[in-house]
Ligand binder design. Sequence first.
Ligand code: RIB
Length: 292
Amino acid sequence: MITVIGSINMDLIVGTDVFPKKGETLLGSYFEMNPGGKGANQAVAIARLDGEVSMVGRVGIDSFGEVLFTKLEKENVNVNCLKRANTSTGIANIILHERDNRILVVPGANSKVTPKVIDEHWEHINKSSIVVMQLEIPIETVEYTLNKCKENRIQVILNPAPASFFKPEWIELVDYLTPNEHEFETIFGEKVDRMIEKYPNKVIVTLGDRGVCYHNGKKLVLVSGYKGEVTDTTGAGDTFNGAFAYAISKGFSLEEALQFANIAASISIEKIGAQSGMPTLAQVEKRLSIIK
Ligand code: RIB
């Protein structure tokens, strides 16, 4: 079983052809409300692939909380460790402009995922083969969980987003760290090619449609991406992380797991919304067979 410990947001998406300047009001071109949050997205990505996955998190007592709770259940994510906190649900304000996005998250109930919550659900978490986390819940919870997983020999995939909260000493506590290029530079203060060899087979840098790279102890390895039809890149990184966790849990080699995750991410960007385009196992296998 894989457990995702992380954020659950309602994404409020506004599309615009022109990006507003400071103090300016413009008319956007469309609005959509979709389930999101890096944690929930990664859990749904695993569930769509038929992976066994549990979500540890908190939604609020408002209507968004109700919708997001039900959505995770419908996606076959185990919600035994998902509860409603006496506050508002996390939201993400997403502006889509020229096929790219800018995101502002207001954590709400995600900030209630405290170390106490980890203790409350530890018996369940401790049965996991892999724990997946991101940085949209309190950092003391991330640190607490990393230490507990290390003590109990549970594999951890940490997606360090948003990267500014990452603490360098955590690198010793994780099995895989999956920053994108910007996050890598925020964390290490260096360009990818200069630092990555220090963390062989551990730091996996996502490069958008170019794929991903990592150092295998001897050389830098680039696992090429697949250029799909781009409609909305929101959630592509989450699909990558979820699919990567799934593939590792199934015993794929690192390179195979990365190729599988790249393909899943390339399919996810064909629809609007973080979770709408996330592929099933059959869809990933079909595209893999085409490119092989
Ligand atoms: O990674 C995309 C996600 O980031 C969105 O769904 C949004 O909720 C934010 O958490």
